[in-house]
Design a protein around this ligand. Structure first.
Ligand SMILES: *[C@@H]1O[C@H](CO)[C@@H](O)[C@H](O)[C@H]1NC(C)=O
Ligand SMILES: *[C@@H]1O[C@H](CO)[C@@H](O)[C@H](O)[C@H]1NC(C)=O
Ligand SMILES: [Ca+2]
Ligand SMILES: [Ca+2]
Length: 414
């Protein structure tokens, strides 16, 4: 609903109009009609009769209005094109013609395109302190073309914010007490495979080694407009974490993680894999392969669990993502990165299993990703394909909210 279509004030927004909006859009307050020199007329008796009446009063009969029988479009060239007063003159006596059943001078209606005015929205839209600098969601300045926003606001504007979608981060834990995560935290999407319990809180140490999962989680579902830190892409999605990287990772640990609560969790995001050293060829072992297959066949009530995977950071070692059996699995959606500049980042691995690319870090002068950090903090330097996969998970959450029935491999197993 555009304001203008319900309310007053074509083409302007002044204090009076704002007050009118506050008063519940009382129409008479400041409505100005703009009359055109086009009329809609209902005349029984067919086209010749309509023509006769048109010429009698100085109108041109342009023809029937669409498929509306007996309704004609009349045009009066000697009436001013746009006027705030309805037209008077001898032509207005047409309404007295017995064959004229109804007549209406056309007025201009304010119609607003249902797109999004970024120039009005950015910086003030949300009160989260990091929002103005979230360059990959909106364009806050003119230093780069306004293409870096991945059209996320476009999805929000249509009402998709991740509601009822459940995402879990398979990583080193999630700080569920973080002020920007606790609102959307979902215990049913969380567990601790390393500690064999249900609490995915990270283990704290001096180097904050286990910050990774918390950083990924904030990208997906940090609460919006809570005056704190950042805004998640799917800021109304539920977010959980599976703590599984802070200990020995085995086939069983991975299998438990990717098959955790598959009728509750919809999207799993993983930003890890075999060493990106240019020498390692490795992939899921039997239990995890089975867990993936069961997930896409039976997870999400048969529509398929969505497994989002970071494609790897081994570019500098000439690592190749097709030697990584997680990213090149047909069961995962493998995500690569692009820098703020739009260029390929140095860490990028190129291979054919990459299905999409989202923003992340690049050169040292490129901006990085802003998200929640361990110890209830906020960071603006999350990097690598690790930052790209959760971004895709957030976008997929918006897509699933828009179309829940999207299947993972719709026809492949039919
Ligand atoms: C965010 O909160 C502020 C109040 O702090 C409010 O004015 C604003 O409309 C809110 N933005 C959105 C998008 O809800
Ligand atoms: C990363 O960000 C944190 C918090 O914003 C800051 O303390 C740290 O120095 C940054 N590290 C680098 C390498 O820029
Ligand atoms: Ca926030
Ligand atoms: Ca790799």
């Amino acid at each position: 609903m555009g304001w203008g279509s319900r309310c007053c004030c074509p083409g302007r927004l002044d204090l009076l109009c704002v007050l009118a909006l506050l008063w519940g859009c009382l129409l008479p307050v400041c409505r100005t009609r703009v009359y055109t020199n086009h009329w809609a007329v209902k005349i029984a008796g067919g086209f010749p009769e309509a023509n006769r009446i048109a010429s009698k009063y100085g109108f041109i009969n342009i023809g029937q209005i669409g498929a509306l029988k007996d309704y004609y479009h009349f045009y009066h060239s000697r009436t001013i094109k746009r006027s705030v007063l309805s037209s008077r003159g001898t032509h207005s006596f047409i309404s007295m013609e017995p064959k004229v059943e109804w007549i209406q001078q056309q007025v201009v209606k304010k119609r607003t395109k249902r797109d999004y005015d970024l120039s009005r929205a950015h910086s003030t839209y949300f009160n989260d302190p990091k929002w103005p600098s979230m360059w990959y969601m909106h364009c806050s300045d003119n230093t780069h073309p306004c293409q870096s926003d991945m059209n996320i606001e476009g999805a929000w504007k249509r009402g998709y914010t991740g509601k009822n979608i459940v995402v879990t981060i398979l990583d080193d834990g999630i700080e569920r007490t973080h002020p920007d995560l606790m609102q959307n935290y979902d215990a049913l999407a969380s567990c601790d495979v390393n500690g064999n319990d249900l609490d995915p809180m990270p283990r704290y140490d001096a180097s904050n080694e286990n910050k990774h999962g918390t950083r990924c989680a904030g990208e997906v579902a940090a609460a919006a407009n809570n005056s704190h830190c950042t805004v998640g892409i799917a800021f109304n999605a539920k977010i959980g974490g599976v703590r599984m990287l802070d200990g020995d990772v085995t086939d069983m640990v991975e299998a438990k993680s990717v098959s955790f609560n598959p009728q509750h969790v919809h999207i799993y995001s993983a930003s890890w894999g075999p060493d990106d050293d240019g020498k390692t060829v490795d992939g899921p072992a039997p239990l995890t392969r089975q867990a993936f297959e069961n997930g896409v066949r039976m997870g999400r009530r048969g529509l398929g669990s969505v497994f989002v995977w970071a494609s790897g950071n081994g570019g500098r070692s000439k690592d190749h993502c097709s030697c990584d059996g997680y990213t090149n699995s047909i069961y995962t959606i493998s995500i690569s990165s692009t820098a703020e500049s739009g260029k390929k980042p140095w860490y990028l691995e190129e291979c054919s299993s990459t299905l999409a690319t989202t923003y992340s870090s690049g050169e040292s002068y490129d901006k990085k990703i802003i998200t929640t950090d361990l110890r209830q903090r906020c960071t603006d330097n999350h990097t690598g394909t690790s930052a790209s996969a959760p971004m895709a998970a957030g976008i997929i959450a918006l897509a699933l909210e828009a179309n829940w029935k999207l299947g993972v491999f719709g026809t492949r197993f039919s």
